[in-house]
Ligand binder design. Structure first.
Ligand SMILES: Cc1cc2nc3c(=O)[nH]c(=O)nc-3n(C[C@H](O)[C@H](O)[C@H](O)COP(=O)(O)OP(=O)(O)OC[C@H]3O[C@@H](n4cnc5c(N)ncnc54)[C@H](O)[C@@H]3O)c2cc1C
Length: 403
């Protein structure tokens, strides 16, 4: 069975791998000249299997006035017509029942992803700086603590292993936290969370799949359209030429809606921009991955460097403010954790990417109402974490329907 995968981010490449494992002849098409060129390029690298908490939750409503007034440095909102329908859908998810269901649905996918990546790692012939780092989420108010306790209890009752620690116990685990400029009230610790670099993983997978003949990559090739006839797709159009396939899997991240809407399929994805900077280590760099909830930033120790990532901007596909936003990210990180990185270093890698965000925080995986058309997209803040289970699931969906 011939399958075209549109998009060569971490999701497209994981999809290609699992499709090849079930015997499909796979072609991956991406408009970029290299794989992992968009959201999968320099993300925070956290395999955040335990932190699947939905962004849409009752507490979010209270933050809206400060977000709209631009008082939260970690988030910018540009009110534009394209945000409105998505925003209304997002608000509809902000009930405690829906937030719990969404958190648990993603948790179950994340736990399967952990186990699949663990199996896969044994056979991978390349290094992607994987480390069983554990993760600490720092809490800075009683409200955050109460909400973290409730969430931990819920997730632990579904097989997750998180612990609530006092600030003193957290510093006992990760000594660099005593060099922070601000105090924190406590932390959530998950020893099972990991860290690894998504880009070398995606590049390594591409090489491995190509060398073994398991998949072909067509890079620098934009899919302009997916023709539909009698509710069936059989090809993608690239520069006026048709590439034929028995199935097409759209893994086009934040751009998926553009390709899918003409086919009557809308995954309701909004591009939520985030940023990262990769710096040399500082005098007191944390080894455990650290998330500062209030500041909306994360610190990941990847391959001897400190990657600081975060922020969530709702401003469409605009990249106009990237320079300023990365500067703000670095300022916030430096004032919070002045010794975590060498902020004065000249060799800084700065980056911005669009998270493909659905209103309920759940990815869209599986078949659609159009025969031959499948989705693996909408992974939002957790695409790297969910990549293996998502690729596995969509490969199963393709073979189940078409065999
Ligand atoms: C700042 C930041 C930090 C993050 N940190 C983490 C983290 O710590 N852990 C985690 O799990 N996740 C994290 N994420 C989220 C994660 O990076 C994304 O969920 C993930 O990369 C999405 O992968 P993807 O393959 O779906 O999309 P992408 O990597 O964006 O790939 C989509 C691809 O589709 C291609 N494409 C689009 N349209 C077409 C077309 N018409 N024709 C051909 N090709 C097309 C694009 O060129 C692109 O290469 C973070 C994201 C950001 C922005």
């Amino acid at each position: 069975m011939r399958v075209v995968v549109v998009g060569a981010g971490v999701i497209g490449v994981a999809t290609a791998y699992y499709l090849s494992r079930v015997g499909c002849e796979v072609t991956v098409v991406d408009r970029a000249g290299t794989v992992a060129d968009a959201a999968s390029r320099a993300n925070a690298g956290q395999l955040s299997y335990s932190f699947t908490d939905a962004l849409a939750k009752p507490g979010f409503i209270a933050q809206i006035p400060s977000l709209l007034a631009g008082r939260n440095p970690g988030s910018r909102v540009r009110l534009a017509p394209d945000l409105l329908p998505w925003g209304l859908r997002f608000l509809a998810q902000c009930t405690s029942g829906r937030a719990q269901r969404n958190t648990l649905a993603v948790l179950h996918t994340a736990m399967r992803s952990a186990s699949l990546l663990n199996d896969l790692r044994q056979s991978l012939p390349f290094n992607f700086s994987h480390r069983s780092a554990g993760k600490l989420v720092l809490l800075s108010s009683d409200d955050e603590l109460r909400s973290a306790e409730a969430s931990s209890k819920l997730k632990n009752s579904h097989g997750c292993a998180t612990e609530i620690l006092t600030a003193k116990d957290a510093i006992g685990l990760e000594e660099s936290l005593d060099a922070l400029s601000a105090t924190f009230t406590g932390a959530v610790y998950s020893r099972n969370d990991e860290v690894a670099d998504a880009r070398p993983f995606t590049l390594g997978m591409q090489n491995w799949l190509e060398k073994s003949g398991a998949a072909t990559f067509l890079l620098g090739a934009t899919v302009d359209r997916i023709p539909i006839k009698q509710n069936r797709v059989r090809s993608v159009l690239v520069a006026g030429e048709e590439i034929e396939a028995d199935a097409i899997v759209v893994c086009a991240g934040a751009w998926s809606g553009k390709l899918l809407r003409p086919l009557g399929v809308d995954p309701h994805i909004y591009p939520v921009r985030g940023y990262s900077v990769t710096l040399p280590q500082g005098e007191r760099s944390p080894l455990i991955s650290v998330t500062a909830l209030k500041q909306r930033i994360v610190f990941s120790h990847i391959n001897g460097s400190m990657r600081i990532a975060g922020f969530a901007d709702f401003a469409g596909f605009s990249t106009d403010d990237d320079h300023q936003r990365v500067k703000t990210l670095v300022d916030v990180a430096q004032s919070f954790a002045p010794l975590a990185a060498n902020y004065a270093a000249l060799e800084q890698q700065q980056w911005g990417g669009f998270r493909p965000m659905t209103p309920d925080g759940r990815p869209r995986i599986g078949k659609t109402r159009v025969d031959g058309l499948y989705l693996n997209t909408g992974h939002g803040m957790l695409g790297w974490t969910l990549a293996c289970a998502s690729g596995y699931d969509v490969a199963r969906a393709v073979t189940k329907t078409l065999h």
